[in-house]
Ligand binder design. Sequence first.
Ligand code: SAM
Length: 433
Amino acid sequence: MEPMFSPPLHRQRHQFVIDFVKRYKPKKVVDLGCSECSLLKKLKFHREIELLVGVDINGANVKKKMHGLAPISTDYLQPSYDQLRVELYQGSVTQKDARLRGFDLVTSIELIEHLTLADVECFSEVVFGYMTPGSVIISTPNSEFNPLFPRLAGFRHSDHKFEWTRAEFKSWALKVCLEYGYEVTFTGVGQAPPGQQEGVGFCSQIGVFHRRGGRECCNMLFCDHTENVFSYTLLYSINYPSLHDNNIKRRVLVSEVLYWAEKLKRSWMAKKTGERDDTFTLCQAEGEGEDCLRALERNMEMEEKQTAACGAAMRNTVEPQDGEDGGLFWTNDRGEQESSALHRCVCVPLTLLWSSSQKVSALSGSLSNLRHLLMDDPEVKLSPDGSAVLLNYQEQDHENEGEDPDDLEDSGYAEARQCSHTAEPEEDWEANV
Ligand code: SAM
């Protein structure tokens, strides 16, 4: 009866690498002999990794499933600050390529037994002598385990050029360490049945190599640029969306601002008309009800004061009161009649958006950055002084009247343009985030 492994042996090998990644948190990882990228697909979820590379001599195999390494919709919808770039190459591990130098971790899972012994020598020089990674994980079949596969005649796979005993693997590994300055520990996956483990060892033997002297030693080696060869062919590369990319950050910020502006507008309008406010219910459900209500109350008070201050002014060009935190709404209309709603805007002050949404404040870093970012965005209408987001008073304004929402003269923007707030001095966005 052939030994069965649970979980399957290939999964145990990959899990070994994943456990190592969790423990040592390498930033740059390359998988040599990546085949159909199944290990890479698991590693991409470990977001401490910033550069994930796969190499295989068989480009067709890599191409089969490489698109499974692309970002998924949530990576775009909810990008984080994590950064990840994935690169896949066709090339031989017996050849040098400068793009693979300086990695934190190199994995070679069930690869070396596919090389001739002469090529294993080249592999040793390329990986340990040229790439000089911080750590290397090498797995290869342990031939001492083979008698436990009763139907096995010869090697485990027709393409294997050799299968080493534990002593043979150890002898090669120690020689590599001596030559290139590494130290190694031996382990494996795929336990033998009870009582036989010591006699036969693991089904897959694993050597874990660490560079002596750590990263500093490694960096010194890169002063030598004499061997900047590029022998591999790039098959695929992708950058995952990250909030470190200012365009992505701006897109996320704008959608959060528009969401909150609309939410606050609806709450205010519902309160004004005495209607049931589903948005406010939503605020409460999110545990923000009290803050939301208080902000709105302040707005209402401010609006009343300002309406009184403006009296029957044709437009409400209101100033925040001294000592107030600027939390206000005002309707910007042609003023004559309540019924002329179609020309009104609701202005949602940036200060209110800032205090209402932690995400808005975290993403923008400062109020003036927020203003700066929104100013350049075609999706957002800001008041002329840049202190508030302008929303149409009623959504049906344009639907009903066939009005062009971009026609600033008719949408109430023209009036809002006359507001006389003084913009805060701008800060450098790049310097603040
Ligand atoms: N590492 C894979 C995994 O864990 O799922 C499986 C590796 S598969 C058994 C061996 C891989 O090594 C094959 O995809 C093969 O194309 C690749 N290979 C063989 N010789 C190679 C070489 N000289 N350079 C790079 N890849 C090679």
